[in-house]
Design a protein around this ligand. Structure first.
Ligand code: ADP
Length: 422
């Protein structure tokens, strides 16, 4: 089950210096060896004295790279983008990660006899999650923190650190209101880790467990199905080269199961399923190549037995106006790319507006208008925000193209409508 990830990670030696990650995406049909690509990429990086947060190369001026490489980019550069600071490559450590994307569709894990789909799985890094990480916008360095945590976890496990002396788990819980990107963040994290850890794990897999089938319909089967499904996961994990991320969405279903037990509904079955899941999670934690990612929409009501098992409990809230502004810019740029908004115009980053002290002129006006819209969207989830440009089009435009100024008026009206409908 090779996903084509290269094992090669080069570090330019510079101890104690900050580490920056360069991701090199190989074309599917690439035939060049990773060693050759590595050498040529290093040459290009040496020519770049300083790189910035939005560093992405798609033209290389090198025939071999042009034939074999889709892009070279600096990863995790959110803070650099905010600060507009550049990275002096002679002062930092650079790790180069070379990878290809798997293009397979998601596979379903079915229990043959029971004909029920218990899980969906993807080989990582997957084309389905490409750019997902970059598309998620948070104010704090939540993404970086999660990535660092997960990386340390895997290094500790891989090095066999004695967990009686230093304790850590392999369970992450993201909780917060619906639509704030928790599930997407889990998937993006799994994808990103596979790229980062390709030197250690040449293959990766994400298994999303269907909590609803686990906890509702199949109670009558007691914990049997749960145990069976987790046994399959154990089989995957026996391959030490395979990195397996297990995603359990909406773990509050677990609590619901316990509650249904308290209310007298089939108590023994419900409890048996919950206990089976908890025991199985403990079993999975034994494997150094496994990471368990979980989400919950209800912060206060997650089963305590479960919360105790999670090392990182990260709250994910609705985006701030600053993040909303950035999400809308990505939506509007997409509409300009396809010609629904025309002519294409550049929207300024919030930082640039701040530097100009929000001065109103022909260049800044659309950006200022978008900032006003972002301010009034406070409290809306990321999911709703990404739907609003579509709603604006559906409600007010339908056919043809419009200018950015006109679209912004419609977007503003769509936001008002959204609040009226809530
Ligand atoms: P949750 O699991 O919290 O309900 P999802 O992961 O299902 O949320 O989010 C659905 C979609 O909403 C995401 O794929 C993304 O397009 C959008 N979204 C949510 N939060 C954000 C965010 N902070 N930044 C950018 N997009 C977001």
């Amino acid at each position: 089950m090779m996903n084509g990830v290269c094992e090669l990670v080069q570090t330019f030696p510079k101890e104690d210096a900050a580490v920056y990650h360069i991701e090199v995406l190989k074309k599917l049909q690439s035939v060049a060896s990773n060693a050759i690509i590595q050498e040529r990429v290093s040459k290009i990086l040496c020519q770049q004295k300083c790189i910035y947060g939005d560093f992405v190369l798609t033209e290389f001026g090198d025939e071999i790279l042009s034939q074999n490489i889709q892009s070279i980019s600096l990863s995790d550069s959110e803070n650099l983008i905010l600060d507009r600071k550049g990275v002096d490559l002679s002062q930092v450590q650079v790790q180069v990660h070379i990878y290809t994307l798997n293009h397979d569709e998601a596979g379903l894990e079915e229990m043959e006899e029971e004909q029920v789909s218990m899980a969906t799985q993807w080989i990582l890094p997957s084309v389905h999650f490409h750019s997902l990480w970059e598309s998620l916008v948070y104010d704090e360095a939540i993404k970086e923190r999660l990535l660092n945590y997960a990386t340390s976890t895997l290094i500790f496990s891989d090095k066999n650190v004695n967990s009686c002396i230093i304790s850590w788990n392999r369970v992450i819980l993201l909780h917060g209101p619906p639509g704030t990107g928790k599930t997407s963040l889990c998937k993006a994290l799994a994808h990103k880790l596979c790229i980062r850890l390709a030197d250690r794990f040449p293959c990766g897999q994400l298994v999303e467990i269907n909590s609803h089938s686990l906890f509702s319909k199949w109670f009558s089967e007691s914990g049997k199905l749960v145990t069976k499904m987790f046994q399959r996961l154990h089989e995957y994990m026996l391959d030490p080269d395979l990195f397996v991320c297990v995603l359990i969405d909406e773990v509050e279903s677990l609590t619901a199961a316990r509650k249904s037990c308290l209310n007298g509904n089939e108590p023994s079955d419900a409890i048996r399923v919950v206990n089976a899941v908890l025991t199985q999670i403990d079993q999975l934690k034994k494997f150094p190549n496994c990471l368990i990612l979980t989400t919950s929409n209800i912060t206060g009501a997650i089963d305590l037995a479960f919360v105790d098992r999670a090392d990182i409990k990260q709250y994910i809230g609705p985006p701030s106006p600053r993040a909303i502004y950035k999400i809308f810019i990505s939506c509007l740029n997409e509409l300009m790319r396809v010609g629904i908004i025309t002519p294409a115009k550049q929207l300024l980053e919030m930082r640039a507006l701040e530097v100009m002290r929000f001065a109103d002129n022909n260049t800044t006006r659309p950006s200022l208008q978008l900032r006003e819209i972002s301010l009034k969207c406070h409290g809306l989830s990321g999911r709703t925000l990404r739907k609003l440009p579509f709603m604006a089009h559906a409600m007010f435009i339908q056919g043809g193209a419009v200018t950015l100024e006109v679209f912004l008026q419609y977007l503003s009206q769509a936001v008002d409508q959204q609040f009226r409908d809530q």
